[in-house]
Design a protein around this ligand. Structure first.
Ligand SMILES: NC(=O)c1ccc[n+]([C@@H]2O[C@H](COP(=O)([O-])OP(=O)(O)OC[C@H]3O[C@@H](n4cnc5c(N)ncnc54)[C@H](OP(=O)(O)O)[C@@H]3O)[C@@H](O)[C@H]2O)c1
Length: 301
């Protein structure tokens, strides 16, 4: 894999993250080629990574055993059509990271018979902590699947889905997912301030709590339900807040939001609508229990 030549078509944010990740995990920059129309971006790519760059997509594509289509979905069609004869003649593995554009369309634009992997990464890939789902068409060999997996693993976790249609569910869950967590963080922060905390303190506590919870979930063999049960002591403050979330059916709200996301493929408004009141109620219940416990336990001689 480290000796595989990879041609990136489009040298924007996602390509740069992948290139940075690949080099950090031992790839030789002289095996990496990037086609990018902007001269300033090409200079930056050469200076930062030592990769080959060029303005002509065809000149770059011929260099790759793997061709990564890293342009915006809107320009994928002309870019793929421009490369069709090269892809047909050289038969590289083609990886498309363009959101939403389906494999049969990409294959048709590329001349009808390419080995194509579609990747659906998410924004945390830009900081090396992405979650990517991959789908391979029938032309992709076992070793090409491994290659695709190694490339995307350079920016985080990789999973495979067996049917291309599942990438829409992936888009609703992990593609749009960072926004759901940001929304919850934003709401926690806001309610924390409403409960009297300094904004900077509420911000730091929220971020570190999100990070700590995600780290525990990643490092523990237990699922989220078990982890939640473990931090919810009977009669404690967390239990009060959790019971508000459960009484108000947070799971129904999230399910509704995810299906809205599936339908329109963008950040759901539904979750934002009810969440503010819900989080305020839950945090107030936990704060109240904290005061109660303090009175109860501290009141003893
Ligand atoms: N960013 C994410 O978090 C994320 C997550 C999931 C999927 N994706 C997918 O990843 C792909 C790339 O996203 P991105 O965020 O990296 O976008 P980006 O930063 O805009 O990168 C796209 C690059 O392609 C270049 N380009 C434009 N037209 C081109 C052409 N005809 N031939 C070659 N290169 C061309 C652009 O150059 P100019 O700037 O000079 O136009 C730009 O450098 C998209 O399809 C997106 O759907 C991104």
């Amino acid at each position: 894999m480290k000796d595989t030549s990879i041609a990136f078509i489009g040298g924007g944010n996602m390509a740069r993250s992948l290139i940075g990740g690949l080099i950090a995990s031992g790839s030789d920059p002289t095996h990496l080629w990037v086609a990018e129309p902007d001269a300033g971006h090409r200079e930056l790519l050469r200076g930062r990574f030592g990769v080959h760059t060029g303005a002509d997509n065809r000149d770059i594509a011929v260099q790759g055993q793997v061709v990564v289509l890293a342009v915006k979905p809107q320009v994928l069609r002309p870019v793929a059509k421009e490369l069709a004869d090269i892809i047909s003649a050289r038969q590289p593995l083609v990886i498309s990271i363009a959101a939403g554009v389906r494999e049969p369309d990409i294959r048709r634009w590329l001349g009808g018979a390419a080995a194509i992997v579609r990747a659906m990464p998410n924004t945390p890939a830009l900081v090396g902590s992405g979650a990517t789902a991959l789908f391979a068409n029938d032309q992709v060999s076992a070793s090409q699947r491994q290659t695709a997996e190694s490339i995307l693993r350079a920016v985080g976790l990789v999973v495979w889905v067996a049917a291309e249609g599942l990438l829409d569910a992936v888009t609703a869950l992990s593609g749009s997912g960072p926004a759901y967590f940001f929304l919850l963080m934003e709401t926690l922060e806001k309610i924390g301030v409403r409960l009297g905390l300094e904004p900077e303190i509420a911000r730091l506590l929220t971020i570190q709590t999100a990070f700590g919870a995600a780290k525990m979930a990643l490092e523990s063999p237990d699922n989220a339900a078990a982890l939640r049960a473990r931090v919810t002591s009977p009669g404690g403050t967390t239990e009060r807040a959790i019971s508000v979330f459960q009484d108000e059916q947070l799971d129904v709200l999230i399910a509704k939001s995810l299906s809205a996301s599936l339908a329109i493929l963008e950040t759901p408004a539904l979750l934002a609508d009810g969440l503010d009141d819900l989080v305020a109620k839950a945090l107030e219940a936990a704060r109240h229990r904290s005061v109660e416990l303090g009175d109860l336990l501290g009141g003893q001689p």
